[in-house]
Design a binder for this molecule. Structure first.
Ligand code: HEM
Length: 520
């Protein structure tokens, strides 16, 4: 974009707005005549605009070279309309049009990479490309959020945050996750006792996820009404996560509304960080991620940084909400859908639960119990493979990036590795669209022999920091649900169609009829 704008301004400088010459050769009604000033300006403006439009096309075609993609870009907005209403079919057509293909949106030149080799190359070339998330991310997260750090500073910052996802830390979180999941399942069952008609699980799962995240991250340091306010407002953030938004966050735009929602969330998260520090200073035991963090910082043997302001901690927690809320919701909803549509798989999940829990379904879940559930883990892994919540991650090139022998991505372009084709590669995952958890139980099978293809959580220095937490949480919810309730999926013609709202969702929201499960 910046380079295109530079090109425009240089063009402007060389375009004469007035051509001096013998006045008798110019008809008096000509727009060059001094007596018709406004007309002169009008025609000059038109001439400049036409030149800029021609330049826009030339720049696009120069950058695109031989890559598949439209020969011409729609003036100014490019493929903006498509990016506002993305469809899986549209993306698949783009990915299948070539290993690398090109589009342009608002003069941002975008290269899509669809193969495993190119996706991994982009994710693992920090000198050439860095994540830019979606276009609106800097507005929503604030430009000073740690997720925008790169290079060494990023590695060091991330090292501190890794301590929030150690096994010890996950051991604190699992009890919170289990308690909240049981609370929600009880509520779903009570609601369905009142009205047994099938309901979409989509928003119910989002609410469960948000409360789980807020309580795991902030524990008791955030009041119930604040958790509700954040949950209610968060949808504004989700809908603003389009690949490219209207460039300026004017009042009324999606990004503007998302910024207002972030302000509310950050205010409460800052409050929670403050309360956590007070609680740990008073000798309290860690009850959540913030406590765990503050507690570690107080430890004299701790080697990381010690001075995290309330706001900085709040921004880290917000980055976790931002990175997880939609992906976790998508993962959970498809987990319910896949299990309901594959009763033979759900039966095996239940068998494993009954064995590990030894018939005691009230006993809270622990990490040790989860270690004994390889089938459940395979189910989660497979569900995320079949419907990866995050199908691609936008990066931007820092300098010209010679990605292949015959193509160099220009500096300042967006370059988007896509994960979908890697995760549906028929050589690695025979019958790639089939939901087959068993493929993960064979250590010598092609799925386990090709870990490079499993790009659900990305790769390289920005690979998801919350993998263990995410897999544990989706597994835990499905496991608790499997033992506490039955759910029948009311399939519609939209059940297998995908809606893209930041992540993937079934178009009908996954209609479930929920009933209590009777144990013999
Ligand atoms: C099913 C759930 C999830 C999926 C599919 C997912 C997927 C991803 C992907 C694809 C990336 C980008 C990786 C790259 O650029 O190579 C990412 C980054 C990230 N994820 Fe996740 N994620 C999930 C859950 C979570 C959770 C639960 C958290 C935190 C609690 C989290 C925190 C992050 C953060 C902070 C980053 C940026 C890391 C960095 O830049 O260093 N994610 N995630």
């Amino acid at each position: 974009m910046a380079s295109a704008m530079r090109d425009h301004s240089s063009m402007k400088a060389t375009m004469p707005s007035y051509t001096p010459g013998p006045s008798h050769l110019v008809p008096s009604s000509s727009f060059f005549s001094s007596s018709s000033g406004p007309a002169t300006w009008l025609y000059t403006v038109i001439a400049v605009a036409l030149a800029l439009l021609a330049l826009e096309q030339s720049v696009y075609r120069y950058k695109k070279r031989h890559l598949p993609g439209d020969k011409w870009t729609i003036p100014i907005i490019g493929k903006f309309a498509d990016s506002m209403k993305p469809t899986m079919e549209g993306y698949m057509a783009q990915w299948n049009s070539g290993a690398l293909s090109a589009i342009s949106v608002f003069n941002i030149f975008i290269v899509m990479a669809s193969t495993n080799e190119y996706a991994r190359k982009i994710l693992n070339s920090p000198n050439h490309a860095e994540p830019c998330l979606v276009h609106s991310a800097k507005h929503i997260l604030r430009p000073d959020n740690w997720v925008f750090l790169t290079g060494r500073v990023h590695v060091e910052y991330r090292r501190v945050l890794n301590t929030l996802f150690t096994r010890k830390a996950l051991g604190v979180y699992v009890g919170i996750q289990d308690a909240i999941t049981r609370k929600y399942i009880a509520k779903w069952l009570a609601d369905s006792a009142q009205d047994s008609s099938p309901k979409p699980i989509m928003m119910a799962a989002r609410d469960l996820n948000m409360e789980t995240s807020l309580r795991v991250f902030c524990g008791p340091h955030i009041p119930d009404h604040a958790a509700k306010e954040i949950t209610d407002k968060y949808w504004m953030i989700t809908v603003a996560l389009e690949l490219v938004n209207f460039p300026i966050p004017l009042p009324g735009t999606k990004v503007y509304r998302a910024i207002q929602a972030r302000k509310v969330a950050l205010r409460w998260l800052e409050h929670a960080a403050h309360e956590s520090k007070k609680s740990m200073a008073a000798g309290g035991e860690p009850e959540c991620m913030l406590d765990q963090w503050v507690h570690d910082l107080q430890d004299p043997t701790y080697k990381g940084r010690r001075d995290f302001s309330d706001l900085e901690m709040a921004m880290v927690v917000f980055s976790f909400l931002f990175a997880s809320q939609d992906a976790m919701s998508s993962g959970l909803i498809y987990g319910f859908q896949h299990l309901a549509d594959h009763p033979e798989v759900l039966a095996k999940v239940r068998e494993e639960q009954e064995r590990v829990r030894a018939g005691d379904f009230e006993k809270p879940m622990t990490l040790e119990m989860m270690d004994e559930m390889p089938y459940l883990r395979a189910v989660v892994k497979e569900s995320l493979r079949v419907k990866p919540p995050v199908t691609m991650v936008p990066y931007k090139t820092l300098k010209a990036f010679p990605i292949s022998d015959d193509y160099t991505v220009p500096a300042g372009s967006m370059i988007i590795p896509s994960f979908y084709n890697s995760l549906h590669d028929a050589e690695v995952f025979p019958e790639p669209d089939a939901f087959t958890p068993e493929r993960w139980l064979d250590a010598n099978g092609s799925a386990n022999q090709n870990p490079r293809n499993y790009l659900v959580f990305g790769s390289g220095p920005h690979k998801c920091i919350g993998i263990e937490y995410a897999v544990m949480n989706i597994g835990l919810v499905l496991a608790d649900a499997a033992v506490l309730m039955n759910w029948d999926h009311v399939r519609t013609e939209k059940s297998d169609k995908v809606q893209i709202i930041a992540t993937l969702f079934p178009q009908d929201g996954c209609l479930l009829k929920i009933t209590p499960r009777q144990h013999a």
